[in-house]
Write a protein that binds this ligand. Structure first.
Ligand SMILES: [Zn+2]
Length: 678
């Protein structure tokens, strides 16, 4: 493996760093901070000791030798500490202006650099791809430290921990919230080499996963029969999972194919898969007996030598190398949950545990079993039969949307009317529509938010030459929901630093709430009640699955932190044990099968670790907001809620719906759907 030496050296470095004091990344002497705090409070007797202490320690934790010696740090703090509240507020307002200018214009530069790769402007030239990949702000943070803007900011607007934000935040004014958000801007300073190394390891893991194809035509069952087409090349795990889903429609061959796909998954998980059948047609492979043949002759092949787990191990080590530079969040687990998601890991696990151990799983499992007419298998966590076809024929829908939206411009012109139909006031509808522009997209479309109030939010949508088909319209309405969120949470917050939503789940929730109302927008009857019940059960079933794999993901990372020196083989054993434990704890009773490793197959676990929880958590949020909005005026409440700004998820949810994050709305909706189905 190419980077093995690098990794080895790095892990020695990391062990050394971890052994030292966690604050050791600062270049300041241990007593300098206390000295400076005393000096500042002496100079500004009216200043709050708590505020001075917080500011000096925050700025000090970011200080490095190249920034100056201890005496210089002291002089810097004495000179730049702002004790007068009126002056502090003035400076805060100026910082809002300057950062909006930097972020907003940087965003405009990115839009311009990616214009030709994002919009269908004609044939692409190599120079387009080069600019599309170019980062004009790659050194921005470094420059903000060098100019000392970062230190003035950190000294006067220090960071608050997640626990503090959740404890104090309910009583904070918008101004206090925005100041706390400014405190998050300069919260860590990881050396470029360590970041680059982590990026290299991540892209290596990405590459490994993106090349992990199974040539389905090369598979044989125990009778030597071929069940798949030669041209079926399926990527692990996404395509393999989707193949299981697709085969529910085929009563004949379906179950045999599903069993075979699951058998392949098990061989990937325990790494008994022959190395040379990965991404190759060279051999015929029976995954049940694990026998390989070439031209009818049996051949012995070596198994994959635990590379899957070596990748994960390297990703872990590269991320752990950043730990010493985050004294407030010294593990990758904390940075992912308390940091990025802003929900403590224990709370996420508790939410998932509550949902997974509700009696609901057993009840829905019984429905699935009945609909399948057979006992459940582990791979039925991907049961796909709750989808309803919809009562209106596709052709009819296509004809309606093509006529109404012959081009992107027509969608742009219809935006105020669409918003009024959704219950927004005429003034809000006009305002929002004026801030969103519609561009044709090269890909399937996306929503690109504005970075400052002077810019527009872009809705990119794909329109065929004979107009927008229903699928395109459905996606455009989803993206439109994102644009509305982006606009409300930028323009309706009193300070730039408050712009946005707590995390991506909160913008996805609004996009899905819009998308669900797409037939309403076309003045058509919303889907029938039976279809709606099925959709709820579909969401519920997939929430069980995704929470199960998220549980495995979280427990694996905890295990890694407890066993940082584990080999790839030891890690493999641990992952399998954890996956089976989670299965036996939550799923085995409802499914009637024990000791299944199925929850360990997700590729995210290898290349996007700890990301899976965000999906599951997003589903809970969507149902909580959906339930709250059910009997409320949609437009007015959307406007109120998505103007709250970037609070923490917990404070945001309480201000939005009156209750903290909870799995109960999804449980209630599923129980209702089950009753109606009977
Ligand atoms: Zn979306």
């Amino acid at each position: 493996m190419k980077t093995k030496n690098g990794i080895f050296l790095l892990s020695i470095l990391v062990t050394f760093l971890l052994g030292a004091d966690l604050m050791s990344q600062t270049s300041l002497q241990a007593d300098t901070m206390d000295n400076v705090i005393r000096a500042v409070t002496d100079q500004y007797p009216g200043a709050s000791l708590q505020a001075v202490e917080r500011g000096v320690r925050h700025a000090g934790s970011l200080w490095r030798a190249e920034d100056g010696d201890d005496a210089f740090f002291k002089a810097f703090c004495l000179k730049h500490y702002i004790a007068d509240p009126a002056e502090r507020l003035r400076v805060f307002q100026k910082l809002n202006h300057y950062f909006e200018a930097i972020m907003g214009h940087t965003n405009e530069i990115y839009l311009a650099l990616k214009k030709h790769t994002d919009e269908p402007t004609g044939p692409l030239h190599e120079i387009d791809r080069m600019f599309s990949a170019f980062s004009p702000d790659a050194h921005l943070m470094q420059d903000l430290y060098q100019s000392r803007i970062a230190f003035v900011t950190a000294l006067n607007f220090p960071r608050f921990t997640l626990a503090e934000k959740n404890r104090l935040g309910p009583d904070w004014s918008a101004e206090e919230w925005a100041m706390a958000r400014l405190g998050d801007v300069f919260s860590s300073r990881v050396p470029a080499e360590i970041k680059q190394h982590a990026a290299r390891v991540s892209s290596q893991a990405d590459l490994y996963i993106s090349g992990y194809n199974i040539h389905m035509g090369a598979l044989r069952d125990n009778d030597g029969r071929k069940l798949f087409r030669d041209d079926q090349v399926l990527l692990t795990h996404w395509n393999l999972r989707d193949e299981i889903k697709a085969n529910y429609a085929d009563g004949e061959l379906g179950p045999r194919r599903q069993r075979m796909v699951y058998q392949v998954m098990k061989r990937i998980i325990d790494q008994t898969i022959p190395k040379d059948v990965i991404d190759s047609y060279a051999y015929q492979w029976n995954p049940f007996a694990n026998e390989t043949r070439k031209n009818g002759r049996a051949v012995d092949l070596e198994r994959e030598p635990d590379i899957r787990y070596e990748m994960l191990r390297q990703v872990f080590l590269a991320r752990r190398a950043m730990d010493p530079f985050h004294p407030h969040m010294p593990t990758c687990i904390e940075r992912n949950f308390s940091g990025s998601m802003e929900v403590p890991q224990e709370q996420v696990e508790a939410l998932f545990h509550q949902f997974l151990s509700s009696p609901l799983l057993k009840k829905v499992a019984q429905v699935v079993e009945k609909r399948l007419g057979r006992k459940l298998a582990a791979y039925d966590i991907w049961y796909d039969g709750f989808k309803s076809r919809g009562s209106i024929p596709q052709d009819q829908l296509d004809a309606i949307t093509r006529k109404r939206f012959p081009n992107a411009r027509a969608f742009k012109d219809a935006m105020p009317e669409i918003l009024r139909e959704l219950g927004f006031s005429p003034e809000s509808a006009e305002f929002l529509a004026a801030k969103i522009t519609v561009d044709p997209a090269r890909g399937s479309g996306h929503a690109w938010g504005a970075g400052m109030r002077d810019s527009l939010s872009h809705l990119r949508t794909r329109v065929g030459k004979d107009g927008m088909d229903y699928k395109g319209f459905n996606i455009a309405v989803h993206e439109f929901g994102h644009n509305v969120e982006q606009t409300l949470s930028l323009h309706n917050v009193p300070y730039f630093f408050l712009n946005g939503v707590p995390n991506t789940a909160f913008t996805e929730a609004l996009a899905f709430l819009f998308q669900k109302r797409d037939l309403e927008i076309l003045d058509m009857e919303p889907g029938d009640a039976a279809a709606e019940n099925l959709a709820v059960l579909d969401a519920c079933w997939s929430a069980f699955e995704i929470m199960g794999v998220s549980m495995v993901d979280m427990k694996v990372w905890k295990w890694l932190y407890a066993h940082p020196d584990a080999s790839a083989a030891e890690l493999k054993e641990a992952v399998i044990t954890i996956a089976i434990d989670v299965w036996n704890r939550y799923f085995s009773e409802s499914f009637g099968v024990r000791d299944e490793p199925v929850l360990a197959i997700y590729s995210h676990m290898i290349s996007y670790p700890l990301y899976l929880s965000a999906y599951a958590y997003g589903q809970l949020i969507e149902f909580q907001l959906g339930e709250y909005l059910e009997d409320k005026p949609f437009g007015a409440e959307v406007e109120r809620i998505w103007s709250l700004g970037r609070l923490t998820p917990s404070v945001w949810m309480i201000r939005a719906t009156g209750t903290d994050l909870s799995p109960q709305p999804l449980i209630r909706a599923s129980e209702r759907a089950l009753k109606k189905l009977k």
